[in-house]
Design a protein around this ligand. Sequence first.
Ligand SMILES: *[C@@H]1O[C@H](CO)[C@@H](O)[C@H](O)[C@H]1NC(C)=O
Ligand SMILES: *[C@@H]1O[C@H](CO)[C@@H](O)[C@H](O)[C@H]1NC(C)=O
Ligand SMILES: *[C@@H]1O[C@H](CO)[C@@H](O)[C@H](O)[C@H]1NC(C)=O
Length: 375
Amino acid sequence: MRGGGWPRAVRVAGVVVLLCVAWLQLALPPLPHDPQSALGGAAREALEADPALGLRNPTAKFLHSRLDGVRLSSAPELSAEQIREIQEQIQRRSGNETVLNEELFGPVQADTIVHNRLEYLRHLIVSLAQARDIDAALLIFSHDYYDEDINQLITTIDFCKLITTNDFCKVMQIFYPHSLQTHPHSFPGESPGDCPRDTKPEEAARTKCVGTPDLYKHYREPRFTQTKHHWWWKANKIFDDVWVLKNHSGLVLFLEEDHFVAEDFLHMLRLLSVAVPRACAKCSLITLGNYLKTYNFHTDARKVEVTQWVSSKHNMGFAFNHTIWQQLKACHERFCNHDDYNWDWSLLHVSNTCLSQKLHTLVLRAPRVFHIGEW
Ligand SMILES: *[C@@H]1O[C@H](CO)[C@@H](O)[C@H](O)[C@H]1NC(C)=O
Ligand SMILES: *[C@@H]1O[C@H](CO)[C@@H](O)[C@H](O)[C@H]1NC(C)=O
Ligand SMILES: *[C@@H]1O[C@H](CO)[C@@H](O)[C@H](O)[C@H]1NC(C)=O
C-alpha cells in the first residue's frame, strides 16, 4: 500500500459509479440532448482506448477487446427466459458481498457506486485511476442494468497499478433488483392497463387505465422514474445493508458514470471533512462539483463556500455520512411521495419540508468533480 500517512479514521471517500441508465435510454427514442443521436456514428470512435490506460492494463485490454462488440444503438428485447436468468444472477449476487482485491488490502475505508454508459465510465475509471489515495477507497458500482461485459469490466479494475506497482483498489458491485430490464411488463416497468403518458382525463376515465397524473397532467414514465427509485435503493443499500460497511461512519461520495474526477478529489474531500466542524457546524454535506461555466483554479483552488444545498447546483459529487442518512431516511415518505421523478429535487423537498434544519453544504469554488455527459 502506498504510504499516504492518513490516519485510518479520516480515510474518507466513496465513489458512486452508476452503471446503468444508458443502455435503456439508447434503446428508446433519443432524448433532446442524446449524444448518440447528435454524434451518430462518431460516438463509437470516442470509445477508442485511452492512451492513459496503458494497453497492458487489464481494464484497458478488456475495453479494447470490447470496442467492436459494444452496440450502443440497440438494447435487445429480452425473452422471459433471459430475464429469469438475470434475476437469478442478481439474486445470487445480492447475498454475495465479494470485495474484489480485498485480500491484498486491509479492511474497508470508504465507498463508491455504478452506471452503464461504457464510454463515459471509461473516462471516469481513467480519472479515478489517476486520483491520489484511491487505494484507500472502496468503489461500489450500483447497476440498474445487468450486463456481463460491464460486470467483467468492473472486475478488471486494478487501476491503482497504474500509479505504483503494488496498489489495488477495492471494488464491489451491487444490482438494483427492481429494474426496467427485469420488469419490462410489470411495475416498475409499464404494465398492461397503465395510462400512457399523455392520456387525457376523459380518455383515462373511459378506458379505466391505471395511474395518477402528475402536476403537469402526465402519467408515469418508467424510464424516468427508475432513476429516482434506483437512487433511493442504493442509498439504503449502502448505508444500511452492505455488511462490509457496517462500521463505516465516514463519508459516502456519490458519483455517476458520466462524471470525471480531479487528481486531488479525495484529498480535498478529506480536508473538507476535517474542516466541517470548525468551518460550518450546520453543514451536513460536502459538494465537490459545481455547474459554473467558468472557474479559476489559480485564484479559487483553495476557496470553499458555505451555502444552502440546492438540488440543481449541488447534486454532483456530493458526500454525506450515516448520521445524515438517518435524518434523510426518516423523511422517506416525503422523498417517495414528492411529485417529481428527480431524486435530487425530491431530496430538496425533504430538506425544505422535513428536516429540522435545511441541508447546508460546503462547496468547492474550483470543482474537483466534473460532468462530461451531454445531459
Ligand atoms: C461471489 O461472487 C464472486 C465473484 O463474482 C464469486 O467468485 C464467488 O464464487 C461468489 N460466491 C458465492 C458464495 O456465490
Ligand atoms: C465492526 O466492528 C466490530 C467491533 O470492533 C467487529 O467485531 C466487526 O467485525 C466489525 N465488522 C466489520 C464488518 O468490519
Ligand atoms: C456526520 O456528519 C455530520 C455533519 O457533518 C456531523 O455532525 C457528524 O458528527 C458526522 N457523524 C459522524 C459519525 O462522523
